[in-house]
Write a protein that binds this ligand. Structure first.
Ligand SMILES: Cc1cc2nc3c(=O)[nH]c(=O)nc-3n(C[C@H](O)[C@H](O)[C@H](O)COP(=O)(O)OP(=O)(O)OC[C@H]3O[C@@H](n4cnc5c(N)ncnc54)[C@H](O)[C@@H]3O)c2cc1C
Length: 395
């Protein structure tokens, strides 16, 4: 293979380009904006920096946050210590760092918009704002708003979430997660260096309604959205049929990150999957054991093995997590109550925050611990409500 074109320089494209160039392939990355403040919380889980330690071992500004508050209607709020901190970047800083690493590895970086791509024999012709280019292979990393219709995920209306919010010049030392009645989604407050990213994501609800919900929350919490900078974007959130028909590869191309729909449909985590898919795609491209025609199938297989099947399973749970009920109360309210009262359930939630709890094993872990969790919850209820505080000391 002579030349690989990487279309898009977000985390997925930049990391793929770094890996390809490090392996000695001629790599050209095209991005219309290069480093920019892409609408995002900017939170990286332990799973991401455990896999790629350079994400914490660097001089780029970032915030380590070890405490979170989860709140749900009728359950109040609960504080939870995270076993592994969430690392929060401004996207401008994260993108700049990843692009610099790609460039230092030998990738050529071109700031231009790719207008279209066409098959030329066994390779590609690229039309960009600055002229034309040729490539033998394409990595599609153009994000959730991929404008290249012939490559990358084809999603229906149900396969995306709206996500919007404000960057607010303020500080706090913990993360807030707020569940809302009737919303398949949630509000987050992520502290970054020098500002907060306060946002809401939701499925099946128009953007203006989400914005109203968010502004009401911010007003109640005394976070001024009037001083903030508004952002909004689309978040892939594939439903089960979407995962089954997901178009992540074809002859001469592989799609990575949001352009391949590779986002956790429950939490909205996409940064890890963007980088991981960029890494896996580059390995498939580099591997001479696969001919060009075989690379599409090899990539699909490795994605499924690594995380796509688990995310497909997560899609079957998403509605129940946000909108379901358990023992006559909403699931989010039960989550808050059990975090408060059950160490076993708290440990499970800490693993979910760290990204180390596969969804496919969630049910068996919950069932294994159900007796213990309920016992702990009942014991806590009994201690708090039935036995008065002052008499407990005497027992
Ligand atoms: C509001 C919001 C909050 C989020 N919060 C989190 C979070 O806290 N943690 C987390 O893990 N994930 C989060 N995500 C998801 C995360 O932002 C994405 O999954 C991630 O950015 C995907 O990376 P990517 O490289 O695939 O795409 P992108 O980051 O979108 O990068 C795509 C790049 O392609 C370029 N591009 C597009 N079209 C062209 C073209 N035609 N020619 C040239 N260049 C082009 C763009 O300029 C862009 O730089 C959030 C998403 C949203 C919307």
């Amino acid at each position: 293979m002579k030349t690989v074109a990487v279309l898009g320089g977000g985390p997925a494209g930049a990391f793929a380009a770094e890996r390809l160039a490090t392996a000695g392939l001629k790599t050209i990355l095209f991005d219309e904006k290069l480093a920019w403040e892409k609408p995002c919380g900017g939170g990286l889980t332990y799973k991401a920096y455990h896999e790629y330690p350079f994400l914490v071992d660097n001089d780029t500004p970032k915030k380590f946050v070890s405490e979170t508050t989860l709140s749900a209607p009728r359950a109040g709020a609960v504080r939870m210590q995270l076993e592994h901190p969430l690392v929060i970047y401004s996207r401008m800083d994260l993108n700049r760092m990843l692009l610099k690493r790609a460039e230092n590895s030998g990738a050529a970086i071109e700031q231009t918009r790719v207008m279209g791509i066409e098959r030329r024999g066994k390779g590609w012709n690229l039309r960009t704002r600055c002229g034309t280019a040729e490539a033998d292979f394409c990595i599609i990393a153009t994000g959730a708003r991929n404008p290249l219709r012939e490559v990358g995920t084809e999603w229906g209306a149900k396969d995306t979430m709206t996500a919007l919010g404000y960057y607010v010049p303020s500080t706090q030392d913990h993360i807030d997660i707020q569940f809302l009645p009737g919303l398949e989604g949630y509000i987050w407050v992520f502290p970054r260096c020098g500002h907060l990213s306060v946002g809401i994501c939701g499925k099946g609800e128009p953007a203006h309604a989400l914005r109203t919900r968010l502004e009401a929350y911010m007003t109640e919490r005394d976070i001024s959205y009037k001083e903030g900078k508004f952002y909004s974007h689309m978040l892939p959130s594939l439903e089960t049929p979407g995962w089954r028909s997901n178009r992540v590869s074809g002859e001469g191309w592989l799609a990575v990150g949001d352009a391949g729909g590779l986002v956790d449909p429950i939490t909205g985590e996409g940064l890890y999957y963007a980088m991981r898919s960029g890494d896996l795609a580059s390995r498939v491209v580099i591997d001479d054991a696969h001919g060009i025609a075989e690379k599409a199938a090899a990539y699909r297989a490795v994605l499924a093995r690594e995380f796509a099947l688990d995310l497909e399973f997560a899609a079957t749970l998403a509605k129940r997590v946000f909108l379901g009920s358990f023992l006559c109360s909403s699931v989010p309210a039960r989550m808050v109550q059990y975090i408060r009262s059950s160490p076993r359930f708290r440990a499970l939630m800490q693993d979910l925050f760290a990204g180390t709890q596969p969804y496919g094993e969630l049910k068996s872990r919950l069932l294994r611990n159900l007796n213990g969790t309920l016992q702990e919850a009942l014991m806590s209820f009994f201690l708090n409500r039935v036995i008065p505080e002052n008499s407990r000391a005497v027992l």
